[in-house]
Design a protein around this ligand. Structure first.
Ligand SMILES: NC(=O)c1ccc[n+]([C@@H]2O[C@H](COP(=O)([O-])OP(=O)(O)OC[C@H]3O[C@@H](n4cnc5c(N)ncnc54)[C@H](OP(=O)(O)O)[C@@H]3O)[C@@H](O)[C@H]2O)c1
Length: 207
């Protein structure tokens, strides 16, 4: 299938690209600066910047599904998250969107104390993340809520759960980025959670 990756130069995005290629898909990697992208493999790297209206829609044209690893820094306008969600939601037939556990549809999943702490730390993007998730769900997409991301190797011990089945715990489950990539590509191949908010859970992942 043809898979487009938004945020393809990011730490998770690169792994989404690598995993999709490994699985034999036709990959379009979206990058703000393709000439600096340093992404290799049998793929198309296309210039796309959420802040440049139309560039994202043009880049994902023809894709069967868009996987998003879009993320912002504190110095960026959080509207980029909502605009990015809107742009791919209107241009692609399917969207699988990575976001944070405890925000949007999973607000409350971290318990009162950890939830309040996370909201304080991530205040700059809190509302935008919630809104971006809603935009994705409004078009029947899938959100993947993850706990703290790590660069540890993935041992095949992950799963997506419906958000309503996730049982809040004191410490959010760590999520290896490689595992997130594996689960998102698997969801693209075989939709188990269309039109659903999900949580990525990894067993026996240690801090
Ligand atoms: N850190 C955590 O523990 C954690 C936990 C759960 C969920 N998440 C979420 O997971 C997502 C991925 O995280 P990550 O650490 O892999 O992110 P990351 O390494 O910061 O990558 C973010 C990506 O978004 C791209 N981007 C930023 N602004 C853009 C724009 N205007 N147009 C197009 N692309 C743009 C960046 O491109 P450039 O390379 O050009 O900057 C980069 O490819 C984020 O939404 C993050 O908040 C994080």
């Amino acid at each position: 299938m043809k898979i487009a990756v938004l945020g393809a130069t990011g730490r998770t995005g690169r792994l989404l690209v690598a995993r999709a290629l490994e699985r034999g898909h036709d990959v379009i990697a979206l990058a703000r600066r393709p000439e600096q992208a340093d992404i290799s493999g049998n793929l198309r790297v296309v210039r796309a910047d959420v802040a440049d209206p139309g560039s994202v829609a043009a880049a994902v044209e023809g894709a069967d599904v868009v996987l998003s690893g879009l993320g912002i820094t504190k110095t960026q306008d959080p509207a980029i998250l909502v605009d990015g969600a809107r742009e791919i939601a209107s241009a692609a037939p399917r969207v699988i969107w990575l976001t944070s556990l405890g925000m949007g549809a999973t607000q409350g999943a971290l318990g009162t104390l950890t939830g309040a702490l996370l909201e304080r730390v991530l205040r700059y993007e809190w509302d935008a993340k919630g809104e971006a998730g809603r935009v994705v769900r409004d078009v029947g997409g899938t959100t993947v809520h993850a706990g703290p991301l790590t660069d540890k190797s993935y041992r095949g011990n992950g799963n997506l759960l419906r958000a309503e089945e996730y049982e809040p715990r004191l410490f959010p489950p760590l999520a290896p980025r490689a595992g997130i990539a594996d689960l998102m590509v698997a969801e693209a191949e075989t939709p188990r959670f269309p039109d659903a908010d999900t949580v990525a859970v990894f067993l026996r992942q240690t801090y």
